[in-house]
Every structure is written in structure tokens, then in C-alpha cells.
Design a protein around this ligand. Sequence first.
Ligand code: ADE
Length: 228
Amino acid sequence: MRIDVVSIFPSFFDVLEVSLLGRARGNGLLDIRVHDLRDHTHDRHRTVDDTPYGGGAGMVMKPEPWGEAIDAIAADADDPVFIFPSPAGEVFTQATARELAQERHLVFGCGRYEGIDERVFSYAATRGRVRLMSLGDYVLNGGEVAAMAMIEAVGRLVPGVVGNPESLVEESHEAGLLEYPSYTKPASWRGYDVPDVLLSGHHGRVSQWRHDQQVERTRERRPDLLAD
Ligand code: ADE
């Protein structure tokens, strides 16, 4: 999978060189290219923002550098999906991650300030599919942290990125439930014991217990998931 990222803080994405995603880049499973939006400015101050029409607080990202950045990427794109992280977007979930993991080419456009001039989304839609995506109902300073989270959530679902694909099956949100609790050795630690059923060696009872735990936890912590 190819992933392009456009940001005024390209060094934010240096961490993509470590851990599982770093290895996936090294062995060619993920082709991640990070671009500096300011490379598409032409003034001495490399300006990317301006005051909002209609007034109001804060600054808005100018369309011109975004237009050039989109053109440069679209020039050799492969049926891209443009993703603009935004608190005003649709909520990104595990289902979204699964859907995006099927794509060949994702482009993340990271906005700062009060956002990006709205016309940029219309223009991007002439060069690929466009989705505005929110991590959740809170506001970050910009799209970078959100893009990082989405890249990790999607990247780990690309076949081969996570060594043991079974570990992707029994995790939170895969079946619409939270994950069951996990334990390892020792069986007793500081007065806390591992539940007996897990030491029983009885696969049927272990599976039943784990499922019951998933339902119980979900009911307690995320009743909204059960309502769905
Ligand atoms: N940018 C700012 N806040 C955001 C959020 N909650 N999700 C995605 N992008 C954002």
C-alpha cells in the first residue's frame, strides 16, 4: 500500500520509522512518503495560512499550496483516497480501518489552524475520492496526530504487516465487542490470582468465559456498542 502524507510538520512522522510499521516500510509492504506543504509555497515566508473571509478568530490554510501538493501527488497516483483529518469529519472506527486497508493508495492531508479552505476538498474530489475523518469528539491542534493514529490502525491490517494474523482477530472492536482480559505467568502475583478457568486447560470453557467477559466489559464500559 502507498501512503502519502502532506503536513507543515513532516518530522512528526519520523516515528513511522520504528516498530512494526517501520519494518513494513523496510520490507516494502508500506510505501510511506511524507511531504512538506511549504514546498508548495512561493513567497519568502513560505506562507500557508491567511485570515478567514467573513471574519472570526484564527487562520485558515490557503488553497494554493494544497492545490499544488495534490497535483504533485495525483500526477502518479493509483486511484487514491484523500483523507483529511478533521473534528468535523465522519468518525474513524475499526470498520473504517478495515475498509481503508483494502485500498491501494491513501493520501493524508493534515490541516492546522482553523482548518483548510473548503474548496480544497472539492478540488481533491476531482483527483480521487475524498473523506474527512475524525478520531473522536475532541479537538486536536492539527491533523498530524490523527493521521498517525489512522496510519497505524490501517497499516497493521495490511496483510503481512502484523506477523501473526490471528492476533488481529481476537482484539477489541473486531466483533463489535471489547477484548477479553489477558494474563500471563506467574499464576499468582502480589496476591492477585489468574482466574481458575484459564488454568483449566478446557478450551470450551475458556472460550465461553472469554466471550462472557467481552460482553460484560462492553456492557459496563461501552454500552453504546451493544446498542448498535
Ligand atoms: N484535527 C483536530 N481535531 C481532530 C480530531 N478530533 N480528529 C481528526 N482530526 C482532527
